[in-house]
Ligand binder design. Structure first.
Ligand code: ATP
Length: 307
């Protein structure tokens, strides 16, 4: 028994590592749909973040097919330790930026760097481990609620799980479920609403605690009240830890407080600045903001608004 336990433990940790990187991929994309031919040098160095995670897209051109370019000579900088928002019409390439950063595809030309290291030159697992995402749609595994949350960090202590659950407002979900933390969820288990899944995804991310955090429409299924309380919690964590974070959002009310708002349009940066600057500029952002405010006012009392 003693002799066996060493290789089993070893296998266990390999399994955990595998599980962790699979989770990240599964959550960002539907794995089956992605067939990619990216290459990694066998001796690629690990990604380091001496400057806290400055992300740069330099003259990046990219298309899923050769006929149609989605990003066209795009240049942008995401400063370290700040809250950045990326907004823009549907199809403008916001989620594509995230996929390139995770290196699910390589750019056609230009380069993407993190703290001056070209991401095509670093070990893939070190890159993906540095980035955490709350995707548009979070898959649940056929397992208990606790196990689903712990996929964020398989080594997390019970105390860490409870704390993440509290901050991500998962506690209300636990209270609602018949067997609490032990309730089986996923396709073969209890149904969980879209908003509840999003809170679970945020809790997972908090447990993973990566240096770079991405939220892709991460709170879109929540009612306004829960959304603002969750965002306030996320904001205070980001401030406290000084993490680089990027929010892709349609609802501008969720990101108007960002340090920098980048407006994408047709694969290019059309505008960038703070909310006040973009409102004064009177371009795409200001137009979107006005349109959303109008529909917001039509929606009636505050608690019923979802915008
Ligand atoms: P939304 O706000 O609707 O999420 P987005 O700005 O995030 O949109 P992307 O998902 O980045 O947009 O998509 C940009 C363009 O790339 C779209 O026209 C989309 O149809 C196309 N696209 C996305 N994924 C693929 C793919 N795997 N193969 C081919 N085209 C794709």
């Amino acid at each position: 028994v003693f002799q066996l336990s060493v290789p089993l433990n070893f296998l266990g940790s390999v399994y955990r590592e595998l599980r962790q990187s699979l989770l990240d991929m599964e959550t960002l994309f539907n794995l089956q749909k992605v067939h990619v031919a990216i290459k990694e040098a066998p001796d690629a160095p690990r990604l380091r973040m001496p400057q806290g995670g400055v992300i740069k897209f330099e003259n990046v051109t990219f298309g899923y097919t050769a006929e149609r370019m989605i990003l066209k000579n795009l240049t942008l900088t995401i400063p370290a330790g700040q809250k950045i928002a990326i907004v823009g019409p549907s199809g403008s390439g916001k989620s594509t930026l995230l996929r390139l950063l995770f290196r699910f595809y390589d750019v056609q030309s230009g380069r993407i760097t993190i703290d001056s290291q070209d991401i095509t030159g670093v070990a893939l697992d070190s890159l993906r481990r540095s980035i955490g995402v709350v995707p548009q749609d979070t898959p649940l595994f056929n397992a208990s609620l606790r196990e689903n949350l712990k996929y964020g960090n398989l080594e997390a202590s019970e105390e860490m799980v409870q704390r993440a659950a509290e901050r991500a407002r998962v506690k209300e979900v636990v209270d609602r479920l018949p067997e609490g933390w032990d309730t089986q969820v996923g396709e073969r288990g209890m149904m969980i609403s879209g908003g509840e899944k999003q809170r679970l995804a945020v809790a997972r991310l908090l447990l993973k605690d990566p240096p770079l955090l991405f939220f892709d429409e991460a709170t879109s299924a929540l009612d306004t009240h829960t959304e603002s309380s969750l965002l306030a919690n996320i904001n205070s964590i980001l401030k406290e830890k000084k993490r680089t974070s990027v929010f892709v959002a349609h609802r501008l009310r969720t990101i108007y407080d960002a340090d920098l708002i980048i407006v994408l349009s047709e694969g290019r940066v059309a505008e960038q600045g703070t909310h006040e600057e973009l409102m004064r500029f009177g371009g795409i952002y200001e137009g979107l903001w006005r349109a959303q405010e109008m529909s917001f006012m039509d929606k009636g009392p505050v608690d019923e608004r979802t915008l």
